[in-house]
Design a protein. Structure first.
Length: 254
């Protein structure tokens, strides 16, 4: 029951309408790959260096955990900024259409942020009640409520990750190129964190190592943008002609 509720909420708030999704299998595959490249490749390229120093495995594991924890925070900060900059840079004749499509992405960001804060509140509530009140029943209720709220928050986030990786908080509704641009921004943010705020000294001699994920993500995103242009006529600063409602966005060739 809980899984179905979380899945339904994700479909309602995090999934774009069908007409905004291109029927292009290579693009769908690329959308999944480029998201995980920025998070995973930088860790993979560090592994041979870490294996030479067993103590470095602790820092490597901590680095991976930090990346996973930072990803939703960085996305929540980056999406509104990238949206604003992208719409500002668009051709004047297309800005109004892009702005009219903002409710979907803003709703998606708000839903994810709400569940993110719900998880934080679910962890903090029992500790606050236990430290403030001595009543055993009240403490027990707080723990039960906290566990339930945390389960709802974690369930929503887990189901939301695949939708976010493909559609980047439904920014695909504003422009098909936005998810690719957002993953590039995220990958470089993680790379800069590695370079300027490393968790250990074992990577200090190799500044280029953290750039692996960012460069790979950028290469995949560029290929995706080229395919959007050649297969669908979608350029970075403009939108294709509006289609009648219910018209498929299928590509002429897959």
């Amino acid at each position: 029951m809980g899984d179905n509720k979380d899945r339904n909420l994700v479909e309602r708030f995090m999934e774009p309408p069908e007409e905004a999704i291109l029927d292009d299998r290579p693009v769908r595959i690329l959308q999944e790959v480029r998201f995980w490249c920025g998070i995973g490749i930088a860790l993979v390229v560090k592994l041979p260096v870490v294996m030479q120093d067993p103590e470095g495995l602790v820092y490597w594991a901590r680095d991976g955990a930090l990346r996973v924890a930072l990803t939703p925070v960085l996305l929540l900060l980056s999406v509104p900024l990238v949206l604003a900059l992208y719409i500002t840079a668009a051709r004047p004749g297309h800005r109004r259409r892009m702005i009219s499509r903002l409710p979907g992405p803003l709703t998606s960001v708000a839903a994810f942020l709400g569940h993110f804060l719900l998880g934080a509140a679910a962890v903090g509530l029992p500790f606050w009640v236990i430290s403030t009140y001595d009543h055993p029943l009240l403490r027990g209720i707080a723990v039960i409520v906290g566990i339930y709220l945390l389960a709802r928050a974690v369930g929503f986030v887990l189901f939301a990750v695949p939708a976010i990786s493909r559609h980047m908080f439904r920014t695909v509704e504003v422009h098909q190129a936005l998810p690719a641009c957002l993953t590039v921004v995220l990958a470089w943010e993680l790379a800069l964190q590695d370079i300027f705020f490393p968790l250990g000294d074992q990577f200090a001699d190799s500044t280029l190592l953290p750039l692996g994920g960012a460069i790979a993500t950028m290469a995949i995103a560029v290929f995706e943008l080229i395919r959007l242009r050649t297969r669908h006529g979608i350029t970075l600063r403009s939108l294709p002609p509006e289609r009648p409602r219910g018209t498929s966005t299928a590509s002429p060739a897959s």
